[in-house]
Design a protein around this ligand. Structure first.
Ligand SMILES: [Zn+2]
Length: 151
């Protein structure tokens, strides 16, 4: 299961009651993206909540793909955002705090930790492959990325 399947809306019950339509607690579930982040649902939220929800939509759902927001871009952008937080030196607990403050989301620190570990292992495997493949520049770039996550 991808980390984006384990990212939830912090005040889900309150959101559902404001929007008056039920949708899953998972932030990246298809129905959540449709109901909460687009059009009607968004208009029914109180101002403070609307700001955070809009921030999320503008940051992660802003691509021009025809199947937006079901094109995979939102998940990819969110993964990149988590990795950037890690590169800034934040650990799993601090990352969970930041996504809560910025977007009213939460995830379990343990899930964030496994996601970061998996990312390091994936980069390591790609680095080995690039080395075997005779692509030293690519291997070096991957190593740089990996070291950024280990800081
Ligand atoms: Zn897209």
């Amino acid at each position: 299961m991808a980390i984006t399947d384990k990212v939830y809306l912090k005040n889900h019950r309150q959101l559902v009651s404001q929007v008056e339509t039920s949708f899953p607690k998972s932030a990246f579930a298809g129905a959540t993206l449709d109901i909460l982040f687009q059009g009607e649902g968004l208009a029914k939220l109180d101002d403070a909540t609307q700001d955070r929800v809009l921030d999320f939509a503008e940051t992660f759902l802003d691509c021009d793909c025809q199947s937006n927001p079901h094109c995979g871009c939102p998940e990819r952008k969110f993964v990149r955002y988590l990795l950037e937080l890690r590169e800034q030196g934040l650990g799993p607990d601090a990352i969970v705090d930041v996504i809560g403050d910025e977007y009213m989301l939460y995830a379990y620190p343990g899930d964030v930790l496994s996601f970061l570990d998996d990312s390091v292992r994936t980069l390591e495997a790609a680095e080995t492959l690039a080395d075997v493949d005779g692509q030293p520049h690519k291997a070096r770039e991957l190593r740089r990325l990996r070291e950024g996550l280990l800081r």
